[in-house]
Design a protein around this ligand. Structure first.
Ligand code: AHR
Length: 660
């Protein structure tokens, strides 16, 4: 399709044809009237270990329950025998000696011939690729007089061996051993077999298998395909670790960053709170190993060019669950955790926590600038705790921007109380959450138009259009939800002086092990696909510009008139004007833009369209591109632009200013 620009006239052949049928709307853009500055952090991402996002997901460990710390210690493992071999397995508890990793295995081989051992089922199988190398590691010690050798095999789902190697641990002291297996087949559902041969006994712990190919090829690292999708969003910030996981079902189950750094065998595993959250979506094998802990988090944020935005527990467990509270006179350790995290991220070698960061391999500070105090907290109990947190953090680090909870809903008593109270205390930034139906998103496009411009700012910290209800199993990442988000986001953009940051939630979901739907990116053991909602986020992020300028229809912001939603920004770095316009109607619309205050525009422009004729369209593993952006060039001639907007379409127009 071709588009031309001409003062007042449409030259496009298709446009002329449509001019007789499509309704024409005349928009005005004043490119010299800057309304707000767009923060570089405006569009970011929200990471929570829900839906197997970390363990079984982006954290590339293939062995489930590698350190035997699940409540059922051998969950994920099965005894195996071959060639006449036999033996017994026992789980040993050394709680006093190693409280953070108390359990290990003893394999006792009772036969001089054959093999006895265990298999691990992975996270719904292990995704293995032909030709790739896999790093096996184990902590092991022989019992006195034993000379057990290990045969390590990968089996596909038919039981065929698709890669193997051997390893013979030496000595009776704990030591970490490594071996490499090359796979000769690609399969999404492999298992790892650990066979022990020779009569005797051996102790094993931290049995691990990673692909050598990870993000940046870091040993024990993250799944490269999934991190690439995060990178491709060019996110302004990375919120971590959630979400309700920050709070825990009870305080013992809360996220504690200090337990997630350093040697992985010393990171205490806990049950993932989403394991038991939803009656109909139980995932009994969902635990947190914290292999993706706070050091990996800061490095991930750095890798993908995002500002870190950690959210910390403020002495409150999830108020939807136990709602346990830390008494105010016992809250100091929680505050200290927050202060220490800032020192860990930013401190020099002279500080305790800065020194540790350096020892862990990152001499440069992470330049942490913001932090969340609690997740979805509410009520007076939150305010009481918030006040002591705020005082301690601001006293020591006045430059750190604090994110404060506006509760779980965008309106109602909880919201009103927090909104009024925290604004009264001149809180820096309020974290608003909205999981609502698409209609709410359309209607809420003006939500921020009348917010106070000078006081507390907004972080739209979790949102997604749910059709039809919150966290229901029938919610879909369809085009209906995505176009509603696109329309709503014009309201975020128009109000970029108030809304400093926004993130869709949740981020990742495993196709056969999710708890919450919809989500931005779906994956299985080998592959992943981006949803239409992902592409909406990406188009905003890649086209966020630097400054908001007015785009109007009959003198008013475009907030749903004739089914249209629109906003415009300048990109001062690239000397461009970027228009986002969403046609939510079922008919093609003809959009005419009168652009003033920009001098002349260059001939070459770009139009990117995200569209589907059917609002029910979803992407999937087998059809990942049902809805995806298509870009074409525009030829500009003058300062007016006329184009057809397809039914149900999100259009991003980039126009270059001619050099002065
Ligand atoms: O994004 C899923 C959950 O929704 C988050 O953990 C919580 O903050 C919200 O209720």
């Amino acid at each position: 399709m071709k588009y031309f620009f001409f003062t007042g006239l449409l030259l496009s052949t298709l446009g002329l044809a449509n001019a007789q049928t499509a309704k024409r709307l005349n928009f005005t853009v004043k490119a010299d009237s800057i309304k707000a500055h767009v923060q570089p952090t405006m569009y970011g991402i929200f990471f929570e270990d829900i839906n197997m996002a970390a363990d079984g997901g982006v954290y590339a460990e293939l062995v489930k329950n590698r350190s035997f710390e699940f409540n059922t210690n051998l969950m994920g493992w099965a005894e195996q025998r071959k060639d006449g071999g036999n033996g017994t397995v026992s789980v040993v508890d050394r709680k006093t000696e190693r409280p953070e990793n108390p359990h290990y295995l003893t394999l006792n081989v009772s036969t001089p011939k054959g093999y006895y051992g265990l298999s691990n089922e992975g996270f719904g199988g292990m995704g293995i690729r032909k030709g790739e190398m896999y790093n096996f590691s184990v902590f092991a010690r022989q019992h006195v007089g034993s000379k057990i050798s290990l045969l390590l095999e990968l089996h596909d789902s038919t039981g065929a061996v698709i890669g193997k190697t051997t390893l013979t641990p030496q000595g009776t002291e704990w030591k970490r051993y490594h071996a490499t297996i090359q796979a000769n087949t690609t399969t999404p559902k492999a298992k790892l077999y650990i066979w022990a041969a020779n009569k005797g006994s051996i102790d094993l712990d931290m049995i691990s298998l990673f692909p050598t190919h990870t993000w940046k090829n870091r040993p024990g690292g993250l799944r490269a395909d999934l991190v690439q999708k995060l990178y491709d969003l060019k996110p302004g910030f990375l919120r971590f670790p959630g979400g309700c996981i920050v709070e825990g079902r009870d305080l013992a189950n809360r996220y504690q960053w200090k337990k997630t750094i350093g040697d992985i065998d010393k990171r205490e595993n806990i049950m993932n709170r989403w394991n038991v959250e939803f009656e109909k979506r139980r995932t009994p094998d969902y635990y947190q190993t914290f292999g993706l802990g706070f050091m990996e988090y800061f490095m991930l944020a750095e890798d993908i060019g995002a500002e870190p935005l950690p959210i910390l527990n403020c002495g409150m467990a999830c108020q939807y669950n136990t709602g346990q509270l830390v008494p105010l006179n016992q809250i100091d350790p929680y505050i200290q955790d927050a202060l220490d995290l800032i020192e860990f991220a930013n401190g020099s070698a002279d500080t305790k926590w800065g020194k540790l960061r350096i020892a862990l391999g990152h001499p440069k500070p992470f330049n942490l600038k913001m932090m969340g105090v609690g997740n979805e907290q509410w009520g007076e109990q939150y305010i009481e705790r918030w006040k002591v947190f705020e005082k301690a953090l601001k006293d020591k680090y006045p430059q750190i921007q604090l994110i404060s909870s506006a509760g779980p809903d965008p309106s109602g008593d909880k919201f009103d109380y927090l909104n009024a109270t925290l604004r009264g205390f001149k809180a820096d930034i309020l974290d608003e959450h909205y999981y609502r139906n698409p209609d709410w998103f359309f209607k809420s496009v003006t939500r921020y138009d009348n917010y106070d411009r000078k006081g507390t700012k907004i972080f739209a910290g979790e949102y997604a259009a749910h059709s039809p209800n919150k966290a229901g199993t029938e919610n879909a990442n369809n085009w209906q939800s995505a176009i509603a988000e696109a329309a709503f986001m014009t309201g975020l953009e128009r109000n970029a002086d108030v809304v400093l940051m926004a993130s869709y939630a949740p981020l990742l979901a495993k196709v056969d092990a999710w708890q919450w739907k919809p989500d931005l990116i779906w994956f299985d053991n080998l592959n992943s696909y981006a949803t239409p909602n992902y592409y909406v986020q990406q188009l905003y992020s890649l086209n966020k510009g630097t400054d908001v300028v007015p785009l109007t229809l009959n003198g008013k912001a475009v907030t749903g008139q004739d089914g249209q939603f629109a906003s415009a920004v300048l990109d001062k770095k690239n000397n461009e004007l970027i228009i986002k316009i969403i046609n939510t109607g079922k008919d093609t619309m003809e959009a005419a833009f009168d652009i003033s205050g920009a001098g002349s525009l260059r001939k070459d422009g770009l139009l990117t369209v995200l569209q589907s004729d059917d609002l029910h369209t979803e992407n999937s593993m087998s059809n990942p591109s049902a809805v995806k952006p298509h870009t074409q060039t525009l030829t500009v001639n003058g300062k007016n632009l006329v184009l057809d907007m397809k039914p149900y379409s999100f259009n991003v127009i980039r126009l270059k200013f001619a050099a002065k």
